[in-house]
Design a protein around this ligand. Sequence first.
Ligand code: ZDP
Length: 279
Amino acid sequence: MAIEFTKYHGLGNDFILIDNRSSSRPQVTPEQAIEMCDRHFGIGADGVIFVLPGKNDTDYTMRIFNSDGSEPEMCGNGIRCFAGFVADLEGVSRTQDKYRIHTLAGVITTQLMADGQVKVDMGEPKLLASEIPTTLCPDDQKVVEQPLEVAGKTWDVTCVSTGNPHCITFVEDVAAISLETIGPQFEHHPAFPQRINTEFIQVVRPDYVKMRVWERGAGITLACGTGACASLVAGVLTGKCDRIATVELPGGPLQIEWSISNQRMYMTGPAERVFTGKF
Ligand code: ZDP
């Protein structure tokens, strides 16, 4: 049976969106998701996202499969695309509509802005080693600038969970990092039992940083919303960043805030529809 889909991207982090509102079971298996995401033999995407009926008093449920078929808890760029897709499905204009979305990382709220951007309340970051999870520090401690041996080098890493796990390293020049060689070694390092998303950050100014990412289950991507939030939190924890900053990704900029009043993270960025089709 043909599967109808719509292709979206958030700063080049691209997703296949599926209207799954009539059932709580995704209509695509992880194996099919791998085929659909293939850039040569399939549609091509970093992941497949399902719009499912809401749970526990939320409007909708989001689930996502990475391009390797694994299922992450959350997806920042993906949830902006999710909100844009829902607005299209509901036929509402993209202004001021708010959705409460159930995810494996808790309830996330999205707001459609008048200029077409989507603002997301990403909730509070989790910082304890047991919450990442990582064995780099004792369970009840934060992991801030801890040495980690990868590819014959010692990196100072800071770990943050935004629902999904992130490991952040500050470097002089993000362009000089050979992501495709060291990315997989971070991802599969024994210190990270759930594997890890890895961000390299170059602080240009406290309110402007450049980021490159190796994503768990997806490899090099042009942008990562949860990673941008995690990186700003790491920048604040290490005294390198302001609470509000622009994170420049290969696919473009995201505006990130880690609120001092309620400790929640807010992300604002685009979500673009590209095409629809049947698989
Ligand atoms: O945690 C993971 O396994 C990630 N690959 C999930 C996807 C994160 C994403 N790039 C984002 O924007 O947060 C979609």
